[in-house]
Design a protein around this ligand. Structure first.
Ligand code: PLP
Length: 374
């Protein structure tokens, strides 16, 4: 089945009580035992399991092609859980460009618990191999990366990782399973911030780990979800499941809009550089053509000048909301260096754009008027 059908099929629900087409939200935290003191539907207590969460996990596992999905209250809770599954002394390799919260979690918390990590340019396979240590347990990948949209070759890295018995995890938040399926390319685990494209409407926080196969690792993640308790609420699960139903059409249109914006910006005199995997000039174009079915709906642009010019452009835009986050139906723009703080390696003239569902002509008109003043 194609992703459009899978998304709808698994996000739909057969309601035995009222034959409702849209699933009810099970707010009950606890479930009644029957006369034999059994749990008729298998649910005990909502931290341990909930129908809405189970439905979301089934949809996520199906879309990514995994055997098991474990949903969390945020993307960061999913990432944190993955690191909690490791042991003191384990080493993690991270991309040099990645969502800043991932290295921050390791640096600020997990180093004290005995994990070590180092950053490497995961777009260069020989650098990845050179960075592997005897204690390297995990290669964490994020492609396209946040915010510079670097593209890493998943098939090549997972082949290398298998040689050294290393687990590979891919943060697939930006591409989504519609454009890229890391588990099919050899990854062991996919991580998502479902807050973004899967939810799709900037109104719900969530995260997930999806495992290629059920294993000791996936069981540990499940135990951390139910025992540790960073589980998503039933309503949040319901919202993400609803978002998944329209993922395919949203993603396709938003990616088409992003392609047009990237092409427009690349030719503009006030622009220094555009980072978008769908542009033939992008360093990762060839790999992205192989492993993605579109360039995605995120792009970054470096304007001529520095932070002042970049912030001035944001002020002049009318249709792009100046806000953090991404993946909703509305276009957002953000000066990442301001958000990431003084240690950031993100260029000061870089603006990250989450391209929405507005008409591409209107977005281009807005960019034209705002860039005219630079
Ligand atoms: N991974 C990526 C690529 C992200 O962009 C984000 C958030 O922006 C996260 C992880 C963290 O997810 P959350 O904000 O849902 O905790």
């Amino acid at each position: 089945m194609q992703p459009e059908t899978l998304a709808l099929h698994y996000a739909n629900y057969q309601d035995k009580n009222a034959a409702a087409v849209v699933p009810p939200i099970y707010l009950s935290t606890t479930y009644e035992r029957d006369e034999n003191y059994e749990l008729p539907a298998g649910y005990l207590y909502t931290r341990a399991g909930n129908p809405n969460r189970q439905q979301l996990e089934q949809a996520l596992a199906t879309l990514e092609g995994g055997q098991e999905a474990v949903a969390f209250a945020s993307g960061q809770a999913a990432t944190m859980t993955f690191f909690q599954c490791l042991k003191p002394g384990d080493h993690v390799l991270l991309p040099d460009d990645a969502y800043y919260g991932t290295p921050s979690l390791l640096q600020d918390f997990f180093v004290a618990w005995g994990l070590t990590f180092s950053k490497v340019d995961t777009t260069k396979i020989e650098e990845v191999e050179n960075a592997i240590r005897p204690e390297t347990k995990v290669i964490w990948l994020e492609t396209p990366s946040n915010p510079q949209l670097k593209v890493s070759d998943l098939a090549a890295i997972t082949t290398l990782a298998k040689k050294y018995n290393i687990i590979t995890v891919c943060d697939n938040t930006w591409a989504t399973p519609l454009l890229q399926r890391p588990l099919d390319l050899g990854c062991d685990v996919v991580m998502h911030s479902t807050t973004k494209y899967l939810g799709g409407h900037s109104d719900v926080l969530g995260g997930a780990l999806i495992f290629k196969s059920k294993s000791e690792l996936s069981e540990r993640a499940r135990q951390l979800q139910t025992l540790g308790g960073a589980a998503p609420s039933p309503f949040d699960c319901w919202l993400v499941t609803r978002g998944i139903k329209t993922l395919a059409v949203r993603m396709r249109q938003q990616a088409a809009n992003a392609q047009r914006l990237a092409e427009f910006l690349e030719g503009h005199a006030a622009v220094d550089k555009v980072h978008y995997p769908g542009l033939p000039t992008h360093a990762g174009y060839e790999v992205s053509q192989r492993q993605m079915t579109g360039g995605g709906a995120m792009l970054s642009v470096q304007v001529k000048g520095g932070a002042e010019e970049a912030l001035h452009l944001i002020k002049k835009l009318q249709l792009f909301t100046a806000a953090t986050s991404l993946g909703g139906v509305e276009s957002l723009i953000e000066h990442r260096a301001s958000v990431e703080g003084p240690d950031t390696l993100t260029p000061k003239n870089l603006l990250r754009i989450s391209v929405g569902l507005e008409h591409a002509d209107d977005l281009i008109d807005d960019l034209t008027q705002a860039l005219a003043g630079l």
